[in-house]
Design a protein around this ligand. Sequence first.
Ligand code: SME
Length: 159
Amino acid sequence: MQGDAIVTHLEEAVRGGMKFQNLLEKAVELIHECDENFHWTGIYELYPDGMLRLGPFIGAPTDHVFIGVGEGVCGTAVKEEKNQNIPDVMAIENYLACSTQTRSELVVLIRDEKMIYAQVDLDSHIVDAFAGDVEGEVQKVADFLAKQYRARASQKRAA
Ligand code: SME
């Protein structure tokens, strides 16, 4: 996948006045379309109460709309402040099953030096779907989105 191309697309959308929520939806869509083995793609946002809440997603509906810090792969990423690339979800204990078909999962944090805003979560039905440069390419999109979260937070403070 080409993270730079997605960022260019999203930058154009911002210049065209796209609203923040629509931008998140667009980012999910563009990442999801990169590979037919990306079976579920979504964004979880980290709220001040310390819970992750499901934002836009593509794929099967999940019961895991709220995830606490430290819970599952998503909550572990926040607790450890570290992306999670799980080649085989059956090999780990603290996995929260979104679909019984999921075999591998990638969580990339949307963060800057100040804070974690959210995360991109990808699930695949095949083992080790996120090997190679996938994490780095998703990170480019996540870093772009972190700048948008930061800008939105500054605008809210100024309002
Ligand atoms: N598998 C995740 C839960 C989210 S669903 O995959 C969409 C986890 O273990 O945190």
